[in-house]
Design a protein around this ligand. Structure first.
Ligand SMILES: NC(=O)c1ccc[n+]([C@@H]2O[C@H](COP(=O)([O-])OP(=O)(O)OC[C@H]3O[C@@H](n4cnc5c(N)ncnc54)[C@H](O)[C@@H]3O)[C@@H](O)[C@H]2O)c1
Length: 158
């Protein structure tokens, strides 16, 4: 079992469809269904028992703790985010709430869960956080590509 967040969004939904196409391991999909989430993206798996949809917020620790305890995932893949630069300039609050506070709460819940795992389950557990190259700022025409060690230089709340 894996726990996917933001799985009703653009990338998350395509990830879930591809995941279920490639293997039989079930996925719990935690998504708040903001304006950006659309369950129609997942119509083809709406009756598939390998896909468990839960509407909720990644920042809701009680809910996330419950899901982790119930489904015992071997990995968490975090796609949930406010993801549009222009919206972050006009209304940064939701961005801070989900992308910063929500991600922190999710990490804290998962850390609590991971701490109780043992042996192989602990060493093989993965938290995959999907971010954006926007965190590195802008590239000049002849600059080398960003890497994961490039210093952050964000130029919008997103
Ligand atoms: N789309 C791109 O081209 C692109 C490129 C680079 C990086 N990314 C990153 O990939 C990630 C996913 O992007 P996307 O394009 O699929 O975004 P999206 O806006 O299409 O989907 C985000 C999903 O997260 C859900 N969500 C938002 N806040 C939530 C919360 N608090 N709790 C639970 N669910 C919540 C929304 O309902 C939505 O379904 C983001 O981190 C984004 O920055 C996207």
């Amino acid at each position: 079992m894996i726990l996917v967040t933001g799985g009703a969004g653009f990338i998350g939904a395509n990830f879930i469809l591809e995941w279920l196409r490639q293997n039989d391991e079930p996925a719990v999909n935690l998504d708040k269904l903001t304006y950006a989430g659309n369950l129609a993206n997942l119509d083809s798996v709406s009756q598939d028992p390998r896909h468990v949809f839960v509407q909720g917020d990644i920042g809701d620790r009680q809910l996330v703790d419950r899901l982790l305890a119930r489904y015992q995932p071997r990995a968490v893949i975090n796609f949930a985010a406010e993801s549009h630069v222009d919206r972050s300039i006009h209304g940064p609050g939701e961005f801070v709430q989900t992308n910063v506070v929500g991600t922190f709460n999710l990490l804290e819940s998962v850390r609590g869960y991971w701490n109780k795992l043992e042996g192989d389950e602990k060493s093989s557990f993965r938290f995959l956080h999907v971010s954006t190259d926007e965190v590195y700022g802008s590239l000049g025409r002849d600059d080398p590509a960003f890497t994961e060690t490039t210093p952050y230089a964000p130029n919008s709340p997103y």
